[in-house]
Each structure stands twice: as structure tokens, then as C-alpha cells.
Design a protein around this ligand. Structure first.
Ligand code: TYD
Ligand code: MG
Length: 452
């Protein structure tokens, strides 16, 4: 028997080493290098020997290829379609990542159940009974969704060849293993091999394949970067597990924009698509409360009104506490420094807590002004009128900076019944006949004067 060749792979980034090292030189992670058996390459094949060409694709002239729009498969889930860029592209390999328990399996099972096409849902994580129990809660009657609990790719492909599904879902890539590789499921070489086999299958048969991927503690997809390179689309399902809202975004998309966003609400009967996110993110509180301000943000292509809450109180300890949930803490410190220096607020001896309601996290700079307004409102204990919202970035000099797609924000604010919106003077706005009052400001002081 030939001597088995082994090499050492970093489980975090996939870098290969000839001998063991404590720290990966490439990604600087400690204790991630593990010995794995390496096989002769070029065996990557999803077909069993003997099952001859099933390939439905052949070379075509560019003009013979029909346009993308016609090619897309409707997933019957508006949010999922939107994030994919208008539906599933046949032959594409989609990777859905997310923290444990966020709802990845639920989302894909739900989509598989909704589809009128033949779908095969392969699970290496749960038993058929467990999946059935979940399916019953989501949508009890369905004739075209098949469940398979199998982890060996060669076996999966055997079933796939018999069933010939229109869509294949695999939960999860980390549980799969291939006969061609000896190392354990979830190891770098297994993930790479199984993904390569699935990719080959997808491309040759023109079947879309959706994979679920686990996420490591630092938030990146488990497995080497190569996994993200191999697939066509990388989707991320995120949200705070303690809240019901979930956000689906595309981190990479070969067939569409990565700016799109899907929003879901986790319910007892699965995930509900949220088509009007602003309404749920704004609290229905009628009395004006101090410390809250509303920002008109844009997530992806969608305008979104979100509520910012701030609490400013006298610091008990020598070093004041600053904490931000859903917002960059460094940016909060910067804004506090700007308020101290440019607007003369003595916030140095105050604890400041900031929270974006709904458990979502926002990095749109246009919420700066609302953050500032919420802080000042809490500091002054004066409520901001319910009809006011904000959309502007705040610069280091205390200047109010323009933001992109301001008109879209203004229209969304108007639609939701806001009467006044504060934006930067330097935004060019060509909207006509708007009922909402558009207030232009260039400095923080002007906002302070107008509101407090
Ligand atoms: P799951 O899809 O198993 O998460 P993942 O595959 O990402 O690990 O979903 C986990 C959570 O979703 C679970 O804690 C319970 C919740 N859930 C509901 O609230 N309602 C439902 O109908 C379902 C199916 C799950
Ligand atoms: Mg799962």
C-alpha cells in the first residue's frame, strides 16, 4: 500500500504547512493547524462510474444564450428573490451562512416547501422526523419536497440521479464527507472537496444548489476562504437571537447586487417576510419620550426608518461608560467628542448608552445626526417631536454632511407620516410637491437651536 501523504492545514484560512505550527502565519490564529490526509487530486467527480453523460449543457454562442432574466427560478419568497437579485440562477451554487440557531434551516426548509418544483432537502444535521415536525409547523401539505438524511456526497448524488430534483438544498456543508478524502467531516480538505463536487454537479446539470454553512466565532464562514471563492453567491443570515427580526444580505453575488437586503420575522410558524420594515422598527409610543430620535436610513436599496435611543446619565465611576448596541462604539465616541468640542456639551463626565431598537445593526453614516439628536434629547431631558426625523452624517468639525440617496429617504419619511426631516444643506434635492418639511442644516449648532 502506498504511504498516505499528509499535510497540515489551518482550519481557519486553509493555508497549507509541511509541519505543524502553533500559529498560522497567514491569518495569525493560534491552534488552528491540523494534520489532514491528502489524496491524489483530479478525482473530483460527482458521477458514479458508469452513469454516462447526463450533462444538459453544451457550448453555445454568446448570442444563443438566453438572457438572465428568463433564466431565474422564482423562489416564491420575495425577500429571498430580492437578495438573490431576482431569483435563483440555474446552475448556481449559493452559500447561506449564519450563527447557530438564527434560522438558516428554517428559511431553506420553508422555501423548499413553498416551491412547486421538485426539491431535495439533504440534511446531515437533523433526522427526517425532526425535519418533518418542523415542516408540519411551517406548511403541512407539500408533494414536491423530498427530505434525505445523508452525509456522504457519493450517496447523495446517487439519490439525486434517481430523483432528478430542480433544486438541491444541503444542510450543512460542514457535515458532508466524500469518499475521495480520508479526513473527517468538517475538515478543510473535506469542505473543499465536497463543495467542488457539488459545484461540478450544479454546473453540469444546471441545477441550483443551496448550501448552509456554519459561522465561526469571529463571524466569518467556517472553512477556508476558498469556500467563498468557489460559490457564486454568499448570503448571510443575521440578527440578534433574542429579537424576532432577521436580516438576509448578500456578501457576494455573481448574478446581482450585494446591496439588497431581505427582512424576516421569526414566528411560531416559521419566518414571515417583512415587506414594510419601517413600520415594525418604529415604536408605537404616542407620548414623546426624551432620548429617542428617528433616522431615515437606506439598507441596500431599501429605505428604512429606525429608532435610536440614548441614555445620558451622570457617571458613577471615574471613567464614564460608553456603550453602543447596533452602532459602532468608536463612532459614538467620536460624535461625543464633536459635541463636547464644537457644541459645548459637557458629556465628559456622563455615561452614554446608545441602542438601535429592533436588535438590528446599522452602519449607514446617515444615522449620525439622529444619534446626536437622541443624545442631546436625553441629556436635556427634552423629547423630540414625534414628527421629526434625521438623515445626515456628522463630520469631525461638527458640520452636517450630505448622504447618498437623500430623496429616497425623504420620500420614505413622508410616506410614514413624518412632518419634518433634517438633512444637510449640501444635499441636492430636486423633489417637488412634498408635504414633508425639509430642513437644511450645515452645523450641529443649528440643530441644537431648533430643537432644544
Ligand atoms: P434553525 O433553523 O434550526 O437555525 P439554524 O439552522 O440557523 O441553526 O432555527 C432555530 C430557531 O428558530 C429555534 O431556536 C426555534 C426558532 N423557530 C421558531 O421560532 N419558529 C419556527 O417555526 C421554527 C421552525 C423555528
Ligand atoms: Mg440548522
Amino acid at each position: 500500500m502506498a504511504k498516505t501523504k499528509t499535510a497540515f492545514f489551518c482550519q481557519n484560512c486553509g493555508t497549507q504547512y509541511a509541519k505543524w505550527v502553533g500559529q498560522c502565519g497567514a491569518c495569525k490564529e493560534w491552534n488552528t493547524v491540523v494534520e489532514e490526509v491528502i489524496q491524489a487530486p483530479a478525482k473530483t467527480d460527482w458521477k458514479q462510474p458508469g452513469s454516462e453523460d447526463r450533462a444538459r449543457v453544451k457550448p453555445l454562442r454568446v448570442k444563443e444564450i438566453s438572457t438572465e432574466k428568463e433564466l431565474r427560478l422564482d423562489t416564491f419568497d420575495q425577500e429571498f428573490n430580492r437578495v438573490l437579485g431576482g431569483g435563483l440562477v440555474p446552475g448556481s451554487l449559493v452559500l447561506l451562512g449564519g450563527e447557530p440557531g438564527i434560522g438558516k434551516s428554517t428559511l431553506l426548509l420553508q422555501i423548499a416547501l413553498k416551491l412547486p418544483y421538485t426539491t431535495l432537502y439533504v440534511s446531515g444535521e437533523e433526522s427526517q422526523k425532526q425535519i418533518k415536525m418542523r415542516a408540519d409547523r411551517i406548511q403541512p401539505d407539500n408533494d414536491s419536497c423530498y427530505i434525505l438524511t445523508e452525509t456522504r456526497t457519493q450517496d447523495i448524488f446517487r439519490h439525486v440521479e434517481k430523483l432528478n430534483p430542480d433544486i438541491l438544498v444541503v444542510d450543512s456543508i460542514q457535515t458532508l464527507h466524500s469518499n475521495y478524502i480520508e479526513s473527517g467531516a468538517g475538515s478543510i480538505s473535506q469542505i473543499r472537496e465536497c463543495t467542488a463536487e457539488l459545484m461540478k454537479f450544479a454546473k453540469e446539470t444546471n441545477t441550483p444548489v443551496i448550501l448552509i454553512g456554519h459561522i465561526t466565532k469571529d463571524g466569518s464562514l467556517a472553512g477556508p476562504k476558498i469556500l467563498e471563492h468557489m460559490v457564486d453567491t454568499v448570503l448571510q443570515f443575521e440578527g440578534d437571537r433574542n429579537y424576532v427580526y432577521r436580516i438576509l444580505r448578500a456578501l457576494k453575488n455573481r448574478f446581482g447586487s450585494t446591496a439588497e437586503l431581505g427582512i424576516y420575522e421569526m414566528q411560531g410558524k416559521g419566518l414571515r417576510e417583512v415587506s414594510n420594515p419601517s413600520e415594525i422598527l418604529l415604536s408605537k409610543n404616542d407620548e414623546g419620550l426624551s432620548g429617542t430620535a428617528v433616522a431615515a436610513t437606506v439598507e441596500g436599496m431599501r429605505p428604512l426608518m429606525i429608532e435610536i435611543q440614548a441614555l445620558v446619565s451622570t457617571a458613577v465611576y471615574g471613567t464614564p461608560q460608553r456603550s453602543a448596541t447596533g452602532y459602532n462604539a468608536k463612532r459614538l465616541n467620536m460624535l461625543l467628542a464633536v459635541l463636547e468640542k464644537r457644541a459645548g456639551f459637557k458629556l465628559g463626565a456622563k455615561d452614554v448608552f446608545l441602542n438601535i431598537t429592533g436588535g438590528i445593526s446599522v452602519d449607514d453614516p446617515a444615522i449620525d445626526l439622529a444619534v446626536v439628536a437622541a443624545i442631546l434629547s436625553s441629556n436635556d431631558d427634552t423629547a423630540i417631536d414625534k414628527g421629526i426625523c434625521f438623515a445626515a452624517e456628522v463630520g469631525l468639525a461638527g458640520e452636517i454632511r450630505p448622504v447618498q440617496r437623500v430623496e429616497q429617504r425623504i420620500l420614505e419619511a413622508e410616506k410614514l407620516g413624518f412632518t419634518t426631516i433634517y438633512v444637510s444643506k449640501n444635499n441636492t434635492i430636486s423633489l417637488k410637491n412634498t408635504k414633508i418639511r425639509i430642513m437644511l442644516a450645515s452645523k450641529i449648532e443649528q440643530i441644537v437651536e431648533a430643537l432644544f
